[in-house]
Design a protein around this ligand. Structure first.
Ligand code: FAD
Length: 500
């Protein structure tokens, strides 16, 4: 059993990543990964580059080699500009990571793609990759504390009253989302009032059926890694507007969980990084950003890179770990301190056959009994597998268990849903992103009451020569791979206009 760690100073992991890169044909990354990782180990956390070394000069320095940073860097390089991408981890891909589990590689981070996510789909095609639909045309399960509901199609077989209640609440929230919009939620007419209330309070006030409230908890744990009492109504409405509707966010076929990238999502980043070559510097966390009249310096443990502009392609909570000179102060700094990440872990279990399908199940479940809050079929022609997410308060409790107890609790869920065959996976892997120092939670940022209405504009507003990318700044599909790519493209365009 393996808890997949993503910390920078683990030589075993570094080796694994290098062989992963080799498997994807990213030979160019080997040398830079090894060099950079070695440098990092030697001077870990020193926080300042050798004073005598003259800074390297580029047009734009990008911090973060996730999908967003790599997209931005590639756009700039393609337009003839020099770039450097500094990345804290010893791999590219950030919140996407494709790891070996048994005989095949599986996504232990971002994975699903929806039909309307046209930027990620375009990148998949451009990079010669393919999408594979997720198996879903069979029975789905909802597991509430006191009932198990099995159903086909979209609507769960609740009592008539409960169904009407759920339908009304979902419709009402979709209406609010349309009014709030995906671009400037802080400017919506009711922004302050919607931001003063948690989603849990709102659902309590607008529903009369307990199952509707339970549904809301499953939904936000699965989609955001948070419980409904942790996020504001304004933030949830904005998140829904970014993905069009609640049905789209939680949907399988036709929704956000429609398809996966064959061979894994990290290939997107690995292939972009291959094109960028030596511009990508692994194991080089940005420690300081120094702005002056003529440019901005990014300081890592071993280098100082001078650029005309910097693009920070990471979540606000991670930007909070960088020292800014002069101080960011104001709304941006406050935002970075008040924008935590969701609590989220992912598990993958491989099997010799898809026994759940033989029993008529699609493999997807939404559960409040947990600890796994949502599961999906993760099979391909190469092997049968199930995946699960542990989010919100489920993750908090689960993470305190021993490794054996965590695995046992996960197997217990799948056995409850699909029978005892689930107890004997061929291989099992887990990664708790909440414990990952380079992300500090997942899948995305969550905003509690009082933040988005006040500090929202600071999400995208440049500060001097610093521009903000990352999925958290997207104008559509924030929190998703598609949003990360869009944000990278948008920021590159803004910076290109300034570079002239
Ligand atoms: C378990 C899980 C499941 C998910 N499921 C889906 C899904 O099914 N579909 C979907 O579309 N999305 C999903 N997501 C979300 C998706 O993966 C992210 O939205 C997307 O990958 C974010 O990309 P990004 O480039 O904006 O940020 P990141 O991927 O977080 O990239 C930021 C990079 O910055 C680096 N960094 C941080 N601090 C520093 C520093 N000081 N110096 C240098 N580098 C630094 C980090 O190491 C990281 O590589 C999931 C995420 C997780 C974790």
């Amino acid at each position: 059993m393996s808890q997949h760690s993503d910390q920078p100073s683990n030589p075993k992991r570094r080796k694994l990543i290098q062989s992963a890169a080799a498997a994807f044909g990213v030979a160019a990354l080997h040398a830079s990964a090894a060099d950079a990782a070695g440098n990092h180990t030697a001077t870990a956390a020193s926080g300042s580059a050798p004073a005598a070394a003259p800074p390297e000069t580029v047009d734009v320095v990008v911090v973060g080699a996730g999908l967003s940073g790599l997209t931005a860097a590639r756009e700039l390089m393609r337009k003839g500009h020099s770039v450097a991408v500094v990345e804290g981890r010893d791999r590219v891909g950030g919140r996407t990571w494709t790891i070996p589990v048994g005989t095949r590689r599986y996504d232990i981070g971002g994975q699903f793609v929806s039909p309307s996510q046209d930027r990620v789909r375009a990148l998949v095609t451009e990079l010669g990759l393919r999408l594979q639909p997720v198996y879903s045309d069979a029975k789905h399960i909802w597991e509430l504390p006191d009932q198990r509901i099995e159903f086909t199609g979209m609507v769960p077989s609740l009592s008539l009253i409960a169904k009407i209640d759920l339908g009304r609440v979902v419709d009402r929230m979709d209406q609010i989302a349309r009014a709030v919009g995906a671009t400037a939620p802080w400017a919506a007419p009711d922004a302050a009032a919607l931001d003063a209330m948690t989603l849990a309070q709102w659902v309590r006030e607008h529903s009369f059926s307990e199952s509707t409230r339970q549904f809301a908890t499953i939904m936000t744990r699965a989609v955001l890694g948070a419980d409904p009492d942790e996020i504001s109504v304004l933030y949830w409405a904005y998140y829904v507007a970014q993905g069009d509707s609640i049905e789209m966010l939680i949907g399988g076929a036709g929704g956000a969980q429609d398809s996966v990238i064959e061979g894994g999502s990290q290939q997107l980043s690995l292939r972009m990084a291959q094109e960028l070559g030596k511009a990508v510097r692994l194991s080089q966390p940005a420690r300081r950003l120094v702005q002056a009249a003529d440019g901005v310096d990014v300081v890592t443990d071993t280098a100082r890179i001078h650029a005309r502009y910097a693009i920070l392609a990471l979540p606000p909570a991670m930007a909070a770990g960088i020292a800014f000179e002069p101080s960011l102060a104001g709304d941006r700094r406050e935002l970075q301190g008040r924008a935590p990440m969701g609590r989220y872990a992912k598990v993958v279990l491989t099997y010799d056959k898809p026994f759940w399908r033989e029993r008529g199940y699609a493999g997807d479940v939404g559960s409040l009994q947990g600890p796994v809050v949502a599961s999906y079929d993760d099979s391909s022609a190469e092997g049968s597998a199930l995946l699960g997410f542990i989010g919100g308060d489920s993750e908090r409790a689960w993470r305190t268990l021993s490794a054996e107890a965590r695995k046992a609790a996960v197997l217990d869920c799948f056995a409850r849903w699909f029978g005892p065959d689930a107890l004997k996976p061929l291989a099992y892997a887990e990664k708790d992103w909440t414990l990952d120092d380079w992300t500090a939670g997942a899948p995305a940022t969550i905003l509690p009451p009082g933040v988005l209405s006040r500090l929202g504009p600071a999400l995208r507003q440049p500060v001097g020569r610093i521009h903000w990318a990352g999925t958290e700044t997207a104008l559509r599909w924030t929190g998703y791979m598609d949003g990360a790519i869009r944000a990278g493209e948008r920021t590159a365009k803004d910076v290109l206009a300034l570079l002239g």
